[in-house]
Ligand binder design. Structure first.
Ligand SMILES: O=C(O)CCC(=O)C(=O)O
Ligand SMILES: [Fe+2]
Length: 283
């Protein structure tokens, strides 16, 4: 059991992701399904979010009460940012807490929101991208994760209905594809017209990650990932929560490998301009 635990932890570090089976129970999954189906019954997803399938941010009531509310994107017609207690049911879930503990994720701090990314029936694929936004900072050079997403799918996923795909190791290692794709989720990505371009390519190192509903995938924000198109008649919905982990520049308490000089000598008080495209810190 202990060995298994370390295997997943070490996979997250080395490959940039890991999947923990059976984290969320059926009753909670059903609540998430009811909630999201009601939302999609009442809101239309705009064309520019077609590759993500939707990009809805549900903010926890506590964060909302603090007035810490992100601005809508210019031109958003549909309500995409809202508050609902459903967020806390996800974040406080005992299965999630136990899984994070078994992975020895230290200093875990949620963004107190939940992204609903739903690929509709016959929805297109999601382009290759990574979600890290701080590439100017030496934080992007840590050999351990500092930002992760925790997500679960509300249906079983497969290549047929748009399962997740990853390219293992690309959170730490630059490959050809890094220089061939637009920044994630910005105007250039949303404007992609052809599914024949590099952002949708069949990469030889890609790994499909079919999952059961309620499994939890934990992935490093720097990892290249994508999703297959949904060729079925049913919506494929995913709930995703961003978390900071291992507060920079401290390594995990269990870290034994060398620590890069740029990380060891970093001044954690310096703030850097956000940057979505990988820098010299990705080798
Ligand atoms: O749809 C998925 O499976 C992944 C979504 C994702 O990675 C994103 O929207 O950034
Ligand atoms: Fe992503």
């Amino acid at each position: 059991m202990v060995t298994e635990t370390h295997e997943k932890r070490d996979q997250l570090v080395a490959d940039g992701y890991t999947v923990i089976p059976g984290v969320f129970g059926e009753a909670l999954l059903q609540e998430f399904r009811d909630w999201s189906e009601e939302y999609f019954g009442q809101h239309e997803v705009e064309h520019r979010y077609r590759y993500q399938g939707s990009d809805v941010s549900v903010i926890s009531p506590a964060r909302w009460a603090r007035g810490d509310i992100p601005a809508p994107r210019p031109g958003d017609k549909s309500e995409r940012i809202l508050s609902d207690p459903i967020v806390d049911k996800f974040l406080d879930d005992p299965g999630l807490q136990m899984a994070c503990k078994s992975l020895q994720l230290e200093g875990l701090k949620s963004a107190e929101n939940l992204l609903i990314l739903a690929k509709p029936a016959h929805g297109p694929p999601l382009y290759w991208h990574q979600d890290f936004m701080n590439w100017n900072s030496p934080i992007s050079a840590t050999p351990w994760p500092t930002k992760v997403f925790l997500s679960t799918y509300l249906t079983d996923t497969s290549v047929a209905n748009g399962c997740l795909r990853v390219i293992p190791g690309t959170h730490l290692r630059r490959i050809d594809l890094h220089d061939m794709i637009p920044d994630a989720h910005g105007e250039d990505a949303q404007a992609l017209e052809s599914l024949d371009g590099p952002a949708f390519m069949e990469h030889p190192d890609a790994v499909d990650l079919p999952m059961r509903a309620g499994d939890m995938v934990v992935a490093d924000a720097r990892l290249l990932h994508a999703a297959h198109p949904n060729t079925t008649d049913a919506r494929r919905t995913l709930m995703l929560a961003w978390h900071d982990v291992f507060p920079f520049p401290e390594p995990p308490s269990w870290w034994t490998d060398p620590i890069p000089t740029v990380v060891r000598e970093a001044d954690p008080t310096v703030e850097y301009e956000p940057r979505r495209s990988p820098s010299k810190y990705l080798r």
